[in-house]
Design a protein around this ligand. Structure first.
Ligand code: SER
Length: 591
């Protein structure tokens, strides 16, 4: 059974039973406290908390998920950084009994998985939360024999919440027995044994509690159901493969690697798998408009791309090998996720740029690492040097150090990085007139124009545009931002026109003070995100005549700014060029 059919069968099964099929949400969740979408329930979180669901009370989905927590495990037979999660959800509709019966029916009847291969776990009760005896009874009733049911604690059988608060509850986990016999642990070889015999297939979460910000649980009403099963794992079982990488979701990529490598997959599965997994992850992150950078999501993308490139060298893959792999990934998924088709050019450009950039320094960096290794340990300064000069993410240096059994001073690295950031920030503020006193009127005007430009770029080019740097001299502004390709003359004209239109409207520039969290929630853009004080100033430029009703520009910023846009005169872009991979630079003046 091809993965396409598996996806369809799962969704169709629940659709037939009154569930609405909801498309996957973005990998970037709306909850600002969470970096990526890691579970199918995230887009439905508020419907578990009582908000009425526009889709009805029973839904099903196949959700794109990105889990950085599993990165160390990637390379084994089943862990992935990017995965598709099949799920069914009930918001106050059915509960434990129906959920378990449905899962049982789908696996054994529709996917024809023999019951003899399935093992079950449920919540044993821990930390004042009672044992989930109801689930035990249900399992017994549907015919699972007692020696196939085991109970575990919070770590294994209690799920959620995502983010700082939310729905959570006990789970039934369905495990598949890949081997059929015990390891040397004998009777103690049961689900969650680390011998590789079992694979966790489906997680049935019964959301009967609400956990608040302080970690306190209270009963949740109405109760909900959230289930999640990795498509890749189900495909591995249905296609009877030894790992997810042999399924049709990965095989074309593995084949493409082996075409170019002198080392076969059978003898080198780990580098093959890491490269394949990370390429998939990168393609999907790039398809969401994320660009490689040194902070947050962009850093995750950079890290996995660079890790894939390093493993590519171990397999002697040629320069720029990632592009053809990314193309394979796009081919596999473009009919399911149309954003891969429509953004194909951007995705490939982003990956190519990063590969070219890192390809230049990797070899020299590895040499430098060899030199450092001779000292017997990696100091913080050395790790920072590898980061700053050769583009080695800390995690890459850590990995290399681990391979050599060398110690590494992480704290020292963090200190060196912080010091570096402070110096560049001071530089920016000095030039930028951030503290006000030295800022001339002309610089202040250019600063306000920079905010208009930033907002206009996001409107015209897309919301992937993010400030990467800014510099103001009394004559001109310079603005660096993320964008994968050259900006056309037509786009430049559109951006200029939009800024000038806002200037002409004589809009007010409003300053407010609020907590950093509130500022972010209200949609204000941030630059040096992690180093803002608790209370920040937010400058917004609103256009009351805008039919969308949204403010045009809103940014966290130290100021100063002018009071009204009409003070700016006429805005003109004088130059557009590249400022590194995936970063464009605009210079503009006020006439
Ligand atoms: N939220 C649960 C999980 O991610 C079930 O969907 O495992």
């Amino acid at each position: 059974m091809k993965s396409l059919e598996i996806r369809k069968k799962f969704l169709g099964f629940f659709e037939k039973r009154g569930h609405k099929i909801v498309p996957s949400s973005s990998l970037l969740p709306s909850d600002p406290t969470v970096l990526f979408t890691t579970a199918g329930m995230q887009q439905f979180k508020e419907y578990f908390l009582g908000k009425s669901s526009p889709y009805g009370n029973k839904v099903t989905s196949c959700q794109k998920c990105f889990r950085t927590s599993d990165i160390e495990e990637v390379g084994d037979t089943k862990h992935l950084i990017f995965l598709e999660m099949l799920g069914n959800f009930s918001f106050g509709d059915y509960f434990k009994k129906e959920t378990t019966e449905l899962a049982f029916e789908l696996l054994t009847k529709n996917f024809k998985i023999p019951l003899s291969k399935l093992w079950f776990t449920y919540f044993k009760g821990e930390e004042n939360i009672p044992e989930d005896k109801e689930s035990l009874e249900i399992l017994k009733k549907i015919g699972v024999s007692k020696n196939r049911i085991y109970k575990f604690g919070i770590k294994e059988n209690f799920w959620g919440p995502t983010g700082q608060e939310g729905p959570c509850g006990p789970t039934i986990e369905i495990h598949y027995d890949l081997i059929g016999e015990s390891c040397q642990k004998g009777k103690n070889c049961i689900p969650n044994c680390d011998c590789g015999r079992f694979i966790e297939l489906w997680n049935l979460v019964f959301n009967e509690y609400y956990q608040n910000k302080n970690g306190k649980l209270s009963p949740l009403k109405p109760k909900g159901v959230d289930t999640g099963m990795g498509l890749e794992r189900l495909a591995m079982i249905c296609q009877k493969k030894p790992s997810v990488y042999e399924t049709d979701l990965f095989e074309p990529v593995i084949k493409e690697i082996s075409k170019n490598s002198s080392k076969p997959y059978s003898l080198n599965p780990i580098p093959y798998r890491i490269i394949t997994d990370h390429t998939r992850g990168s393609v999907f992150l790039a398809s969401e408009g994320i660009l490689p950078s040194n902070v947050e999501r962009g850093y995750v993308l950079r890290r996995i791309l660079r890790r894939a490139i390093r493993f590519g060298r171990l397999l002697n893959l040629p320069k720029n090998f990632l592009i053809s792999l990314a193309q394979k990934v796009i081919e596999i998924y473009r009919d399911i996720y149309p954003e891969l088709r429509s953004r194909q050019a951007d995705i490939l450009t982003i990956i190519q740029n990063e590969e070219e950039k890192f390809g230049k320094t990797l070899k020299r960096g590895l040499k430098q690492f060899e030199k450092i290794s001779a000292k017997g340990k990696i100091s913080g300064i050395d790790a920072f040097h590898l980061f700053d000069t050769y583009g080695f993410p800390l995690e890459l240096t850590q990995e290399l150090a681990k391979e050599r059994k060398l110690e590494i001073d992480i704290e020292g690295f963090k200190k060196a990085l912080e010091k570096h950031r402070e110096i560049s920030r001071a530089g920016v503020e000095k030039k930028f007139g951030g503290v006000g006193r030295e800022a001339t009127y002309e610089a202040t005007k250019l600063h306000s124009a920079t905010h208009l430009l930033h907002a206009a770029l996001r409107k015209i080019l897309g919301s992937h545009v993010k400030q990467m740097g800014s510099d103001i001299s009394p004559q001109r502004l310079r603005f660096d931002f993320s964008h994968p390709q050259k900006i056309t003359t037509e786009e430049i004209k559109k951006v200029e026109d939009l800024v000038n239109q806002k200037i002409k409207k004589d809009l007010k520039i409003k300053k407010e003070e609020m907590s950093y969290e509130r500022a972010l929630k209200s949609g204000a853009l941030a630059f040096f995100k992690e180093k803002y004080p608790k209370i920040v100033s937010v400058y917004s430029i609103g256009d009351p005549s805008d039919p969308s009703g949204q403010v045009f520009s809103k940014e966290i910023c130290a100021g100063p700014h002018i009071k009204r846009t009409s003070e700016l005169g006429r805005f003109k872009i004088i130059r557009e060029d590249s400022s590194g991979a995936g970063v464009r630079r605009i210079r503009a003046i006020l006439e």
